[in-house]
Design a protein around this ligand. Structure first.
Ligand code: SPV
Ligand code: MG
Length: 432
């Protein structure tokens, strides 16, 4: 009887290198191809340009592929236990590096039934690397980027976003990846915070930095990244102005705008009731949401209503009434904010909101209530967690310390130990 062979792919396109490894795998026995799920590809590599359903069809139509299955996770455990193949084929690129634990697990599982791992030299031909670069460039295009937040929400149900306020922080959010247990973890999206965008310009967060300038920041970030962008639209301004903002953001390829139900001179929510702030009426803010929804051209672009009732100490009932009213007005998502260290009021809001509305995405910014893990927020019904200002807060003490050290020492030598060599910094910056 022919041996059974298993080979898994995450690729969006099939090139000569893939065909070569398929041919070699076929020569070993009856070949089953695994297609890695969209969720697993997005988590360890980048968002797939072609969804798993289409990637399956691609492989089904290659002569000699006996069948195609979906591999849900980067780990081979479940699929191997299901298929119990005699042979697993893989490139030799996982002998070292972050995928090594996955390889070790494959070897251990195969040993249970006397299976074998066969590795072929991994092809890192320049023309294949060029294809990958071009695919990444595609992901940056507005039409492809815009809908990706919605698709991530559908795919994963839970998304994380990290603040970026310029091209460099955008690159950090785009490229920072941690490897654990053979898996990989990265941020899904970027948050364009009004607080950090203003702070980077040395200005207060009071809608003083105008939209033209905010758009310039978006453009700087978009030029060097591919991840979806959630834009902090402050109050959205006058309804008559907000509709133009929606059009511009949508055209640029932004995925979501969040506007808060405040009016007049907006101050940052982390000040709470220490400063005078006015909440908008349910009717007026609903009208703004409705107008924004009418103005957009695609359903890909999401409008999120941010509720400030807990920040302004107006109570849970008011927060919930607003959440239901704004959803009814067309909001694609709700953000509920709190500046308490204790997450209790956010947890209570989630419970009560989810009793009546199981589907509308809920966005959280856990700057103050930061003790709850992403896993727990997901379980409690949140869908987007935004880390709104941590990169900026990490940078400020570091640059202040460098400045003080040089002033104190009257030279830069003592400061050097705290600094990253520029050679390493420029590695973050891609060259065309
Ligand atoms: C921002 O990052 O600008 C926000 C979130 O609006 S918060 O600062 O918590 O209000
Ligand atoms: Mg803000």
């Amino acid at each position: 009887m022919a041996k059974t062979v298993y080979l898994c792919f995450s690729t969006d396109i099939i090139h000569g290198g893939h065909i070569a490894i398929i041919r070699r795998a076929q020569a070993l026995g009856e070949l089953t191809v695994g297609v890695l799920s969209d969720e697993a590809v997005a988590e360890y590599k980048r968002f797939p340009l072609v969804p798993a359903s289409e990637r399956r069809v691609m492989f089904e139509n290659i002569a000699g592929v006996a069948r195609v299955v979906e591999q849900k996770t980067l780990s081979y455990k479940d699929i191997l236990e299901e298929l119990r193949p005699d042979i697993v084929v893989h490139g030799d690129n996982w002998v070292t590096g972050f995928q090594k634990p996955i390889r070790d697990e494959v070897i251990e599982i195969l040993s249970r039934w006397g299976g074998e791992l066969v590795e072929f030299p991994y092809s890192s031909d320049e023309k294949y690397r060029e294809i990958d670069r071009r695919q990444r460039a595609e992901l940056a295009m507005p039409d492809l980027r815009r809908g990706r937040l919605r698709r991530l929400l559908e795919m994963k149900g839970f998304v994380t976003a990290m603040e970026a306020h310029d091209g460099l922080t955008g690159l950090v959010v785009e490229n920072t990846i941690v490897h654990e247990n053979g898996g990989a973890h990265q941020f899904d999206a970027m948050w364009l915070s009004s607080l950090c965008d203003s702070t980077a310009k040395g200005k207060p967060d009071i809608e003083l930095v105008d939209m033209t300038s905010r758009f310039r920041t978006i453009d700087d970030i978009m030029e060097v990244t591919t991840k979806p962008i959630i834009f902090d639209g402050d109050t959205g301004g006058l309804t008559e102005h907000f509709v133009y903002t929606v059009r511009s953001l949508e055209r640029m390829g932004v995925s979501m705008v969040i506007i808060e139900d405040k009016t007049g001179l907006k101050k940052n929510s982390l000040f709470g009731t220490e400063v005078e702030q006015t909440q908008d009426s349910i009717e007026h803010f609903s009208e703004k949401i409705r107008a924004g929804c009418m103005a957009r051209r695609t359903k890909d672009f999401m409008i999120c209503a941010r509720i400030e009732s807990l920040i302004l100490e107006r109570g849970m009932e008011d927060a919930l009434a607003r959440a239901f009213a704004f959803t009814k007005a067309g909001a694609d998502a709700i953000m509920i904010h709190s500046r308490k260290k204790d997450p209790a009021e956010i947890i209570e809001f989630l419970e009560k909101f989810r009793e009546k509305d199981p589907t509308t995405p809920v966005v959280l910014v856990p700057t103050s209530f930061n003790s709850v893990t992403e896993e727990e927020w997901k379980r409690r019904g949140a869908n987007i967690v935004i880390y709104a200002n941590q990169l900026m807060r990490a940078a400020v003490p570091a640059i202040q310390q460098a400045a003080e050290t040089i002033l104190r020492c009257h030279r830069a030598e003592e400061c050097d130990a705290m600094l990253m060599p520029f050679k390493e910094i420029i590695r973050l910056i891609p060259e065309e």
